[in-house]
Design a protein around this ligand. Structure first.
Ligand code: ZN
Ligand code: ZN
Length: 438
């Protein structure tokens, strides 16, 4: 089966292998070149002008960006245990609808992904029902309890692409030190949810003026800053790879920047909500703007954007965290932390980072493809002859209002409903097959 994607725009960086002269884009997107892509079965076989090449199926991509299939390295699929909120099937379909062909899922399911059997269950579900590739992240400690290490080597052998107790910080620094030593040896990321639970206390949102106004307990920046600093010190000592999840504070950004300058193996991610919203969003959206780490101040948002611009932050990831409507309806004090993000990520990135001129299209696409691929050690994220045909077509001009009733996720907890955004994924191709279209 041959498929031809005809006449779309590809980024310059994707063209090292193209062997023909290509037309440049006329105006705003100077780094784009017009190109066709020929797919045979599951693989890309040619990038560049394909002329009158015969194909079983021809897709017109004129005016669209042809990007490598996007990768979200931080999602919660909720299976097993809370299939009412999301499943591997619904979560990967939401991912495909949002332009993602690969997701890495966090282990805080019920039961926890802390054994090879639990990990294999996820991989099997993904093989049977997945619209996207699923890379499971295994837990650092049994049951996320923070005191007993899981069998890291067995989990790596079973296919874990990294470790995290996401949702919690492993406060036992010796366990983290030993895992980072293994990371230096076997090469995988240790993904840290940085928050000292004693400093965070019973906080439900950012500590600051809005929390005071609402009379709600706050989570200080310090809860994140201190653990980021600790984990960087552990990575520096061991030579292991620490990946800081969802950076939200200005001091955390500074710690990562300085550590990178010293040559520490540290990488970091930021979520769309942390570069688009401040804690004042709680006033309008209540628990649909409650997440962990919380939305912070404008100064912190500015620092996160600065971190994305100067390369301190390597990756954009959604921290897609589905919750049932009845749970979010319990109010700020009782509602669980987290918002969904897979289906709003691309238009938020285009509208809030590319359009205002903070980052080039090339840069943000790399933060959603090659950068997470390199952190997770995946062969993915690039358009190249011979590569698996994971491809996302994005209409950079398309404007649409965010309409949660159209989401493929089982959950609706988002503060972005009604936002008018530009730049939407319109077709997602996984292993040469169309898995979603808008
Ligand atoms: Zn987290
Ligand atoms: Zn998370």
């Amino acid at each position: 089966m041959k498929r031809l994607i005809r006449g779309g725009w590809v980024l310059n960086g994707e063209l090292q292998t193209a062997n023909c002269e290509l037309e440049s884009s006329p105006d705003s997107h100077a780094k784009l070149r017009k190109s066709d892509i020929l797919i045979e079965d599951e693989h890309i076989i040619r990038i560049g002008s394909c002329g009158d090449t015969a194909a079983d199926c021809i897709m017109d991509a004129s005016g669209l960006l042809i990007a490598p299939g996007l990768i979200d390295m931080h999602v919660h699929l909720r299976e097993p245990g809370r299939e009412d909120k999301e499943t591997v099937q619904s979560g990967t379909y939401a991912a495909a609808q949002g332009g993602f062909t690969t997701v890495a899922c966090m282990p805080n399911t019920q039961p926890t992904v802390d054994s090879p059997e639990a990990l294999e269950y996820i991989l099997n579900q993904a093989e049977k029902y997945g619209s996207a590739r699923v890379c499971p992240i295994a837990s650092i400690t049994c049951g996320l309890q923070g005191n007993q290490a899981t069998d890291w080597n067995a989990l790596l052998d079973a296919g874990a692409c990294g470790f995290s107790d996401d949702g919690r910080t492993v406060m036992n620094a010796e366990i983290m030190r030993r895992l980072l030593l293994l990371s230096a040896d076997r090469g995988f990321p240790v993904i840290s949810h940085c928050e000292d639970p004693h400093l965070a206390g019973h906080g439900v949102m950012n500590a600051g003026k809005t929390a005071e106004k609402l009379g709600l307990p706050g989570i200080p920046n310090l809860a994140e800053d201190t653990i980021v600093e600790r984990d960087i010190a552990l990575a520096e000592d061991t030579g292991g790879h620490i990946h800081i999840a969802h950076v939200s504070t200005r001091v955390a950004v500074r710690h990562v920047r300085q550590a990178k300058q010293r040559g520490v193996h540290v990488t970091a991610e930021a979520t769309p909500h942390h570069f688009t919203l401040t804690d004042t969003a709680i006033l309008e959206h209540g628990a649909n703007a409650k997440m962990n780490p919380p939305l912070r101040s404008q100064q912190d948002v500015d620092a996160v954007i600065e971190g994305l611009v100067d390369g301190t932050i390597d990756v954009i990831a959604t921290d897609h965290a589905p919750h049932a409507a009845f749970e979010k309806a319990q109010g700020m004090l009782k509602a669980p932390f987290g918002i969904i993000g897979l289906e709003t990520c691309v238009p938020l990135v285009i509208s809030k980072l590319v359009q205002p001129g903070y980052l080039s299209l090339e840069k943000v696409i790399s933060m959603l493809t090659v950068q997470p691929a390199s952190i997770l050690g995946l062969e993915a994220g690039q358009l190249a002859p011979g590569a698996v045909a994971d491809i996302t077509l994005i209409d950079l001009e398309r404007q649409e209002f965010v309409d949660p009733t159209r989401f493929m996720s089982k959950s609706r907890n988002t503060p972005f409903a009604g936002w008018e955004l530009q730049g939407w994924p319109v077709m997602t191709i996984r292993r040469g097959e169309v898995v979603a279209r808008r």
